[in-house]
Design a protein around this ligand. Structure first.
Ligand SMILES: C[S@@+](CC[C@H](N)C(=O)[O-])C[C@H]1O[C@@H](n2cnc3c(N)ncnc32)[C@H](O)[C@@H]1O
Length: 197
């Protein structure tokens, strides 16, 4: 499926959905304000550790990198697809605090080299719905958070429908998508979630 949507990592077809469409721009700007505020209020005496999962074409990444403190931030861009990771590493070279690596959020995170309980901020934009078991994915996202860390997650019914129309010949979405709770699908949700550990 990924290969069909993003042949050899090509982003021409999908980038506008997550980056330059009016809806993407609107929500990415909102996310930038929220993330910028979180960064401003974070402890300035230590490094802010950020993990992005399912970073894909970088719609959210491009919005938030400019508001993060370059001198005290480590940003780990991840995606299940090596092609997206490579593209991000090349595209964000000017942000020296960004590194990239592949990560399957459904797999064993520690075995993939991710330090559990270590990230102050975990970003997940339009990726949780793409996983087979949403509950397990959310548990994994919580596992990587440091005490007091924040999960900032966005999910989009509109994006789901756009993708469904592109992929329906291959894998039709059910009329009522069954893999995300319905309250998450009633419109676009942008929510920073404070997860207590
Ligand atoms: C709908 S796109 C997200 C778009 C991206 N956040 C953006 O703003 O451009 C979903 C992304 O999740 C990635 N993905 C799918 N399953 C994944 C998994 N199990 N672990 C990590 N990433 C995954 C895909 O490769 C794709 O880049």
């Amino acid at each position: 499926m990924l290969t069909l949507l993003f042949p050899e990592g090509a982003k021409d077809e999908t980038e506008p959905i997550y980056q330059s469409s009016p809806i993407a721009r609107y929500y990415n700007v909102l996310a930038r304000h929220v993330i910028g505020r979180l960064a401003d209020t974070a402890d300035r005496g230590r490094t802010l550790r950020v993990l992005e999962v399912g970073g894909g074409t970088g719609g959210l990444t491009s919005a938030v990198l400019p508001v993060l403190p370059a001198d005290r931030c480590e940003y780990v861009f991840t995606d299940i697809s090596p092609a997206f990771v490579q593209s991000a590493v090349e595209g964000y070279q000017r942000y020296e605090f960004v590194t990239g690596r592949t990560l399957d959020i459904e797999g064993d995170l520690a075995a993939q080299g991710i330090e559990l309980g270590s990230f102050d901020l975990v970003l997940a934009s339009d990726v949780v719905h793409a996983t087979a078991d949403v509950k397990r994915t959310l548990l994994h996202l919580r596992e990587v958070l440091a005490p007091g860390g924040v999960l900032a997650m966005m999910e989009s019914r509109i994006a789901l429908e756009a993708l469904a129309s592109r992929t329906s010949a291959i894998s039709p979405l059910p009329e009522e998508p069954r893999y995300l709770p319905s309250y998450l699908l009633r419109g676009r949700i942008s929510m920073p979630v404070q997860v207590k550990r």
